[in-house]
Design a protein around this ligand. Structure first.
Ligand code: ADP
Ligand code: MG
Length: 640
């Protein structure tokens, strides 16, 4: 959705924009409106109530027309507020960018100056500046601009600092651009959203501050009126003629509300974090569709938990459907996914990135973020106990305890502020009634278990002091902390290089054999999956397209996608041999085709492939590790 449309989707922002346009239009048209001159006094018509003939909103103490003064006053307040904003934005942003870009002495000098401005309450500082410069609108404008410079300088500096060290700035330097070109050509456009957001949040304040100074008699001087000075004038007669002060107060209120609503709308459009829903705090567990939940409760009463066929499986997933509900799309991230994990076994989930592997894995313990995620259908059972729709305390009990996760990126899955020992001990303490000493001792043992050399010493290290491979070992230690029955490893080696990857795989393999843990191992790499697992399910666009033992899938892939996927694995020593890329891209998960999801990229597709959904069908096999299934109507032809 374009930013423009997103803004207009926000009803409050549109209301705010309407208010602003109306106010701005009226005050811009002031010279040609059929209203009296704002400064004409008429002492015979003092303090008339609203509705008086010729004075719709009444008159003030000098018999001046309040409507006319409001319109002209708004014009002045707007002009001063906006000019002050522009000045503060330009100077403040420049200071921010320059400090962040040059750093060192320049940064220190500029920022300490800004700190000095921020050390005083800003309205007091504005008063002091006007006191020095003398009262008057122009001086008030200068004072308001100065006190608002720090907001821009700090926000913009913060945003720029994170950009300056990025490679594209180096690239700009390499291309021969000088500093001025880099600041204005590369940095400024990137911090523009921050500047606009800061403007939108401060402009209302600046109008209020201008009004405040005028109210105190330091801004607009008589007979010129702005909203603040009108408010000040009306103060004397607030009891006898409240409309004189109330009306300018109301205009200020409406004006500032309008500006803030528009500002919020703009911020939502411009701030990528907010756009991605950063302010929406996710629920503690993935939402389960209401209909599904009702059905589950009803079934439970009927069957009284008859699940004998799955009750000896540490993990069983049946017809799992997890979708993301977005404003204008429904993303079918996992559709009808089923698999069983027998005790002590390792199951691989393989598929291109985006095929729904992580969503499937996270659905098991309700860790898919809601919004936008929602489990639409299916069962997930741990030794027969249903986890979909289970109460939060049950899920919390299982999380990291009976079922543990290892995540892809050990760089970001550890907390940088705690030592690795504390993080492992915390995982132990979360689920076991142990003292801190015991937890600490257990952390040391776990670090030995995952073969961290010199564990006693490294236990106090922080994540940044460890290499990627070491950190992933810590991730594994945390997963093992409570002797889980199931470990779900979501691409645990993808972020590591090949030699370290091999070590980690061997470690997982050893741990599995020694402790009898069951493993769900997710990877896009057939080589890695086959090194760890006995059984594989292949996912494509949210669906399982094939499953079977590693040997069978390796020796005789039945689904055209699996074959193409395996052809992508390079073979050692086959330099120059063509590596087969799969042409085309997976379908968009919110606009899935009616038939086979792979048909568009498949070289074997026939008409029947695209007309109706293709079922996952069982195929004959002699393997001891479960069924062989494939979702392809031409699979039979492949077997010969
Ligand atoms: P992978 O197989 O690489 O682990 P994922 O399971 O992470 O893939 O994602 C599957 C699909 O779900 C992706 O196409 C992605 O676009 C979508 N998806 C994942 N998380 C979200 C989210 N929070 N909001 C919307 N869509 C999401
Ligand atoms: Mg993933």
């Amino acid at each position: 959705m374009s930013g423009f449309r997103r803004f207009f989707y926000n009803r409050l922002a549109v209301i705010g924009l309407g208010l602003l346009i109306a106010i701005a239009a009226v005050s811009l048209l002031a010279p040609i409106l059929p209203i009296a001159h704002p400064n004409i006094t008429d002492l015979t018509m003092r303090i008339m109530p609203p509705g008086t003939e010729g004075h719709v909103l009444g008159t003030d103490q000098l018999g001046r027309d309040i409507l006319s003064r409001l319109i002209w006053g708004t014009r002045i307040s707007l002009a001063v507020g906006l000019s002050a904003t522009a000045i503060a934005a330009i100077i403040g942003s420049l200071i921010g960018i320059v400090s962040a870009f040059y750093g060192g002495v320049i940064d220190n000098t500029l920022m300490r100056g800004i700190d000095m401005l921020m050390a005083f309450p800003y309205i007091l500082l504005a008063l002091a500046i006007v006191a020095v410069l003398g009262p008057g609108l122009f001086n008030a404008l200068i004072a308001i601009s100065i006190v608002n410079i720090p907001f821009f300088a700090r926000n913009v500096r913060g945003a720029t600092v994170s950009l300056v060290r990025l490679e594209y700035i180096d690239a700009a330097r390499l291309s021969g651009k000088n500093n001025v070109k880099i600041v204005f050509g590369e940095l400024l456009p990137n911090v523009m959203p921050v500047i606009v957001i800061t403007i939108s949040t401060t402009v209302g304040w600046m109008i209020l501050e201008t009004a405040g100074l005028s109210f105190l008699g330091l801004g607009a001087q008589p007979p010129t009126a702005d909203l603040g000075s009108m408010l000040g004038d009306g103060r004397g007669v607030i009891l006898t003629a409240p409309h004189v002060a109330t009306l300018p107060g109301l205009v200020i209120l409406v004006l500032v509300i309008g500006i803030n609503l528009v500002g919020d709308g703009l911020r939502d459009v411009l701030d990528p974090y907010l756009r991605a829903g950063a302010l929406v705090s996710p629920r503690p567990a993935t939402e389960v569709d209401a209909k599904l939940l009702a059905r589950k409760r009803a079934e439970k009463l009927e069957t009284d938990g008859d699940a004998s066929h799955i009750s000896d499986l540490p993990l069983s997933v049946r017809n799992l459907r997890t979708w993301f509900w977005q404003r204008d799309a429904q993303i079918h991230a996992a559709d009808d996914v089923s698999f069983d994990l027998p005790k002590g076994r390792a199951l691989g989930i393989m598929g291109e990135s985006g095929s729904g592997k992580s969503v499937t894995a996270l659905s098991v313990l309700g860790l898919v973020p809601t919004p936008p995620g929602r489990i639409m259908d299916g069962c997930v059972t741990y030794y027969g106990e249903e986890l979909v729709g289970a109460p939060l305390e049950r899920l919390r009990f299982y999380r990291g305890n009976r079922i543990a996760y290892i995540f892809q990126n050990p760089m970001t899955s550890l907390n940088p502020l705690f030592s690795v020992g504390e993080q492992i001990a915390e995982a132990v303490r979360r689920h076991q009634p142990v003292t801190s000493e015991e937890a600490w001792a257990r952390a040391g043992e776990l670090m030995d278990m995952v073969q961290i050399p010199d564990a006693r010493r490294r236990i106090n290290d922080y994540p940044h002091q460890l290499s990627g491979g070491m950190r992933q070992r810590i991730g594994i230690a945390i997963a093992l902390a409570n002797d889980p029955d199931v470990i779900i490893a979501d691409e645990p080696t993808t972020a590591l290089d090949v030699t370290i990857q091999a070590q980690i795989l061997r470690l997982l393999e050893n741990l599995r054999e020694r402790y009898g843990v069951s493993l769900v191992f997710i990877s896009h790499d057939f080589g890695v999956v086959s090194a760890v697992c006995e059984r594989i399910v292949v996912m494509y666009a949210g669906e399982i397209v094939e499953s079977g033992s590693v040997e069978e899938i390796y020796g005789r892939p039945l689904h055209p996608y699996t074959r193409r996927l395996m052809a992508c694995v390079p073979r050692v020593g086959s330099r120059g041999a063509e590596m087969d890329a799969i042409p085309g891209l997976p379908p968009a998960l919110d606009r899935l085709p009616a038939g086979c999801r792979f048909a568009e990229r498949c070289d074997m597709a026939i008409e029947a492939c695209t007309s109706a959904p293709i079922p996952l069908e069982e195929h004959a096999n002699e393997s001891p590790v479960g069924a062989r299934e494939v979702r392809c109507i031409r699979a039979k032809e492949m077997t010969v």
